[in-house]
Design a binder for this molecule. Structure first.
Ligand code: URA
Length: 241
């Protein structure tokens, strides 16, 4: 991407391009924030990350199946399911946590304020929303935007596994603690999962973890670290087959 365009998008994200990257150590509070609470901290049993399922239908057929899901109580409060949007042939799969108020209304992931920041983050690495695929761990909105519960994740994660099997992305970008811990089946804090190339189950598909855009809206001082994660993800993608 041309330098002036990159600078434009970095400015839009809120990263001042005149600050040197090395001059920005992570906040001393990193590791102590809500973003870093282990998903499994209160549960002995880790949530099972289902392996890629051999789903025989198309992505649209899977979308229809998800639309009629009643496996957990979240279906009672939803306006509609939020399956995901983007290209079915995407190289990049972006995975968030769960739909919020606006996503539940529109049936699309990441359309609120966090979604607008996500769009800018993607543009900063030369990607438009319609060339990636954006999905969530949960397909239904949890009440009051609370964290997904382990049982809800357990019921819903096979759908994401099937999406991964159908899309066959070249890289998965996990946005935030819940997405990272679930996709990697790890109780580690997000701070430990960032900056390393992981792989999804036994597929060999690289997974890179970064901060959730909603967290970045609350903690803009972490945007520079997120930008480093995005650049790392680009390098991982370039070196993957
Ligand atoms: N946050 C998420 O994790 N996903 C969305 O779709 C919207 C907000």
């Amino acid at each position: 991407m041309e330098e002036h365009r990159r600078r434009y998008y970095l400015d839009k994200i809120g990263i001042q391009t005149w600050v040197t990257r090395t001059a920005s150590p992570e906040s001393p509070s990193a590791g102590l924030t809500g973003e870093d609470v282990p998903l499994h901290a209160e549960h002995d049993e880790p949530v099972d990350t289902a392996p890629v399922k051999d789903f025989r239908g198309s992505l649209d057929e899977l979308r229809n199946e998800v639309a009629s899901c009643t496996l957990c109580a979240l279906h009672q409060g939803r306006t509609q399911t939020v399956f995901g949007t983007g290209s079915p042939d995407a190289d990049w799969l972006i995975v968030g946590e769960a739909p919020g108020f606006e996503e539940d209304r529109k049936g699309e992931p990441f359309v609120g304020r966090a979604g607008q920041l996500l769009t800018k983050m993607l543009r900063a690495i030369g990607l438009e929303r319609d060339e990636v695929f954006i999905a969530n761990i949960l397909k239904c909105r949890p009440p009051d935007n609370r964290d997904p519960q382990p049982g809800e994740i357990e019921h819903c994660i096979p759908y994401l596994a099937q999406q991964i099997g159908l899309i066959q992305p070249k890289i998965i970008l996990a946005m935030g603690r819940i997405a990272a811990q679930t996709l990697l089946d790890s109780p580690s804090a997000l701070g430990r999962l960032r900056g390393t190339e992981h792989h999804y189950a036994d597929t060999g598909i690289p997974v890179v973890a970064t901060y959730h855009p909603a967290y970045l809206l609350r903690s803009p001082q972490q945007k520079r670290s997120a930008w480093e994660d995005l650049q790392f993800a680009v390098r991982v993608r370039e070196s993957s087959s």
